[in-house]
Design a protein around this ligand. Structure first.
Ligand code: SF4
Length: 66
């Protein structure tokens, strides 16, 4: 089973908290639009992705089992 990062863009307010935790996964562009650079949760990124889930002030990030 793989785990995927899902962002609810309707909730996201582009404050960059997630990017500050793991910029390899979350990137805000010049127009403050958030991009998920890779949506796969891996053993290497899982701890930081979960931290981003916890710290997102809008609770816009989720991890979905597929
Ligand atoms: S921390 Fe949450 S609200 Fe902030 S940019 Fe990331 S997804 Fe959006």
């Amino acid at each position: 089973m793989t785990k995927k990062i899902v962002v609810d863009f309707g909730l996201c307010e582009s404050n960059g908290v997630c990017m500050g935790i793991i910029p390899e996964v979350f990137d805000l562009d010049d127009e403050d639009y958030l991009h998920v650079l890779t949506d796969e949760v891996t053993p290497e990124n899982e701890e930081q992705v979960r931290e981003a889930v916890r710290q997102c002030p809008r609770q816009a990030i989720a991890i979905r089992d597929e």
